[in-house]
Structure formats: structure tokens, C-alpha cells
Write a protein that binds this ligand. Structure first.
Ligand code: TYD
Length: 220
């Protein structure tokens, strides 16, 4: 069976992730094998997932209790794993996800304290056994710096949490990054958009070259 490549983008609020995913998409559109890439976002990315996204982020009237929040993020993920991610990886495609399991560990486990990181990982092992990103770009910025540069004053339910919540999200990501330095590439998100984009492309191309050397075949 062919094995694809699974790339995720992670980071706290206002880290510039959406801009970097958009620039990465533009870079991909110039590649000969652009049709091998599949872009997704979480929560959402499937019909059911987008409805769950609405329940999680849109509705301030009936907010989920903490455990329901965690399980709804996981429900959206279970759906996209089976509907999109696994089939694409099995076809040898490159899946690029805007957020994945590390968001649940940083936000629901480390910041909200709903389950331990180990239990969040065990839960995922039940519905997505041995599925893990190959590379994760973690755009790192402190919440104080991120909120200071926010241009609008529109906030979703997670963004409305206080500064101390977002400090815990940052600490959560830092701790995941320190335990998995091979997978998680820490990117200084205070740098310029162009510099960040260049380092992401550099890391991506290195990874692809490594795979080509290992497989002794060119995918590009
Ligand atoms: P989104 O509008 O996609 O913005 P961004 O990713 O650019 O921050 O918001 C997704 C929100 O959901 C974000 O606040 C992080 C949160 N989230 C979790 O708390 N847990 C999760 O598992 C995921 C995937 C997201």
C-alpha cells in the first residue's frame, strides 16, 4: 500500500496560521503534483464536521459542558479521519490539516484540564489507531503578543477565554513540542510572514527529499 504524507499546522489564537496555510496552498498550486494535495481544517471539513463546528464555535447560547466540548472536537475528527484523511493517505496523497490532535491536547487538556494528555492520546488511539502527523508546523507566539496585533474585535467562543487560558494553551503546545522534537517544528510566529513561509517551505522540501531518498523514487 502506498503511504502518503500527513502535515498539520498548529498554534494558539492569532499566531498567523490561516495566513501560512493560505501561502502554503499558493505554493502547492505551482507544483507539478498539486493534485496530490488535500487541504482540510478542523473542526469541520466534512458535512457533519461543519455542523459540529457551528455547535462548538458559533453558538454562545447553548455552550457544551467541557467534556461535551472535547468529545465534539473528537467526533468531528473521527468523521474526517474516516471520510477524508485515511482514504487520501492510502492513495499516497499529501494531507495538510489546519489543526489536529495537538489542538485538543493544548486547548481541552492542558488549558481546560478536562482529561490528561495521556488520556486524550488513548482516546484517539481508539478511533484513529496509529494515525499521526508526519510533520507539524507549530507557529509559536505568546498570547499577549498575538492579541496585541489582532486587527478586528470579532471573537469566537475560544478566543473569548481570558489571557490565562491562552497562556495554558501556549504551555501545552510547548510541552508537546519538547516531547516530540522530530515531528514538531517550532516556528517563531513573531517573524515576518515571508520569513515564516520560507522556513515552512524549507522544512517541507527537506522532508520530501528524505522520503525520495528512502523510497528511491521522485514524487515531484
Ligand atoms: P478557527 O476559527 O478555525 O480559528 P483558528 O484555527 O485560526 O484559531 O477556530 C478553531 C478554534 O477551535 C480555535 O479557537 C481552537 C479551537 N480548537 C480546540 O479548542 N480544540 C480542537 O481540538 C480544535 C481542532 C480546535
Amino acid at each position: 500500500m502506498k503511504k502518503g504524507l500527513f502535515i498539520t499546522f498548529e498554534g494558539g489564537e492569532g499566531c498567523g496560521k490561516s495566513t501560512q496555510v493560505r501561502l502554503f496552498k499558493e505554493y502547492v498550486s505551482s507544483l507539478a503534483n498539486k493534485d496530490d494535495f488535500v487541504f482540510i481544517r478542523e473542526p469541520g471539513g466534512t458535512g457533519l464536521g461543519e455542523k459540529i463546528r457551528q455547535l462548538l464555535l458559533g453558538d454562545q447560547q447553548d455552550p457544551p459542558v467541557p467534556m461535551a466540548e472535547l468529545l465534539l472536537f473528537c467526533a468531528s475528527r473521527a468523521q474526517i479521519v474516516e471520510e477524508v484523511i485515511r482514504p487520501a493517505l492510502n492513495e499516497g496523497k499529501i494531507v495538510v490539516a489546519d489543526r489536529f490532535i495537538d489542538s485538543t491536547i493544548a486547548y481541552q487538556s492542558c488549558a481546560r484540564g478536562i482529561l490528561s494528555p495521556e488520556n486524550v492520546k488513548k482516546l484517539h488511539e481508539m478511533f484513529m489507531p496509529s494515525l499521526k502527523p508526519d510533520i507539524t508546523f507549530y507557529l509559536r507566539i505568546t498570547p499577549a503578543e498575538a492579541f496585541a496585533r489582532k486587527k478586528d474585535d470579532v471573537f469566537d467562543r475560544m478566543e473569548l477565554e481570558g489571557l490565562s487560558f491562552h497562556e495554558k494553551v501556549l504551555a501545552g503546545y510547548d510541552s508537546i513540542a519538547s516531547t516530540e522534537p522530530e515531528r514538531i517544528k517550532v516556528i517563531d510566529a513573531t517573524k515576518s510572514i515571508e520569513e515564516i513561509h520560507k522556513s515552512i517551505i524549507g522544512i517541507f522540501e527537506n522532508k520530501v527529499n528524505q522520503i525520495e531518498i528512502t523510497n528511491n523514487e521522485s514524487r515531484f
